[in-house]
Design a protein around this ligand. Structure first.
Ligand SMILES: Nc1ncnc2c1ncn2[C@@H]1O[C@H](COP(=O)(O)OP(=O)(O)OP(=O)(O)O)[C@@H](O)[C@H]1O
Ligand SMILES: [Mg+2]
Length: 306
């Protein structure tokens, strides 16, 4: 009998790996299954999911599951492609092109992409994967993304689950990241019992990126047993200063995740006096993602005012 599979030891399932993507939860096993199905085909994939949920890693795993694995994997941020699409396609010949943050693609570039088809020389041998942390249908409704382009790109959609929907993966990933750091530094640091509690209680709005950054900060700060609560409650390490009341948010149970995230982002930005880089670091997201979110808020404000 396979004790691990039947949970004989009472332990959670071990982490499984697909490329660099790790996960034991049912939600991640489903993602692995979809990637293994679609990987070997040349179908276009649209990856959606919150910031830090692993969309880029998933795109790389798709590439690695395909016959193109020895070709290039090129990722471009669609809001900033200085050299243009033809150059990007040229660089990805024989491989995979990730159109990252596809909803930020300028309208003229969307038209250009739509005009290209498989018979055009520069796209002939490139598999296209797109990703976004917006809801693609909402992006179409608000005029950001052309509907025809969405249907062209989203032959096979995959949604990356948020970390809070992955159950025991939070603790397993934390242990994995800690083991990597221990191996590099030849140390044997461990998570304290309260740290494990924090792992279970925190909602991880920045998903795996936030978790990874948090473990790294705790690793740097801790000697033997690592604590996490001060790092999460107060954002980035802040020269040992205390957490004051005005640095805390109180959130009503049942609040919409979107509203909670927005309040947290705005309060963090206030705390760091508008310094977006420090706020993004504290929130465990990329600067690019913070800008996208703030743009989204000002757009919905404009809609509400019009
Ligand atoms: N399942 C996973 N296993 C291991 N590491 C992961 C996993 N998911 C994400 N990570 C790590 O978390 C970080 C963020 O992942 P990634 O850049 O793929 O997210 P993303 O969804 O593209 O984020 P964004 O929307 O902000 O661009 C990376 O350091 C990545 O290595
Ligand atoms: Mg990304």
């Amino acid at each position: 009998m396979d004790n691990r599979r039947h949970g004989f030891s009472g332990q959670p399932q071990p982490l499984k790996r697909l490329g660099s993507l790790l996960g034991a939860s049912a939600a991640m096993q489903e993602v692995f299954r979809l990637i293994e199905r679609v990987g070997p085909t040349d179908a276009g994939v649209l990856l959606t999911g919150e910031s830090g949920s692993g969309k880029e890693l998933a795109a790389r795993s798709i590439h690695e599951c395909s016959a193109r694995r020895n070709g290039p994997f090129v990722a471009i941020h669609c809001g900033a492609v200085p050299s243009g699409l033809p150059e990007a396609f040229k660089g990805a010949q024989g491989g995979t092109l990730l159109l990252d943050e596809v909803c930020e693609m300028p309208p003229e570039m969307q038209t250009q992409l739509l005009r290209t088809d498989a018979s055009t020389k520069f796209v002939a041998d490139v598999r296209v994967i797109a990703s976004t942390n917006r809801c693609p249908l909402q992006a179409v409704q608000s005029g950001l993304l052309r509907e025809d382009l969405l249907y062209r790109l989203a032959v096979f959609p995959i949604e990356m689950p948020s970390l809070r929907a992955r159950g025991d993966d939070v603790e397993l990933l934390a242990e994995h990241f800690l083991a990597e750091l221990n191996a590099q530094a030849h140390t044997q640091k461990r998570l304290s019992a309260p740290a494990r509690m924090t792992l279970r209680q925190h909602v991880w709005p920045g998903n795996v990126r936030e978790l990874k950054n948090c473990i790294e900060r705790a690793f740097i700060l801790g000697d033997v047993t690592l604590d996490l609560a001060p790092l999460i409650a107060g954002g980035a390490a802040r020269d040992g200063d205390r957490i004051h009341d005005h640095e805390q948010l109180s959130i009503r149970v049942g609040s919409r995740i979107h509203d909670m995230e927005r309040s947290l982002i705005e309060a963090t930005l206030d705390y760091f006096k508008g310094n977006k880089r420090r706020a993004a670091d504290a929130l465990g997201c990329s600067l690019k993602t913070l800008y996208n979110k703030l743009n989204g808020y000002s757009q919905s404000q404009e809609c509400a005012n019009s």
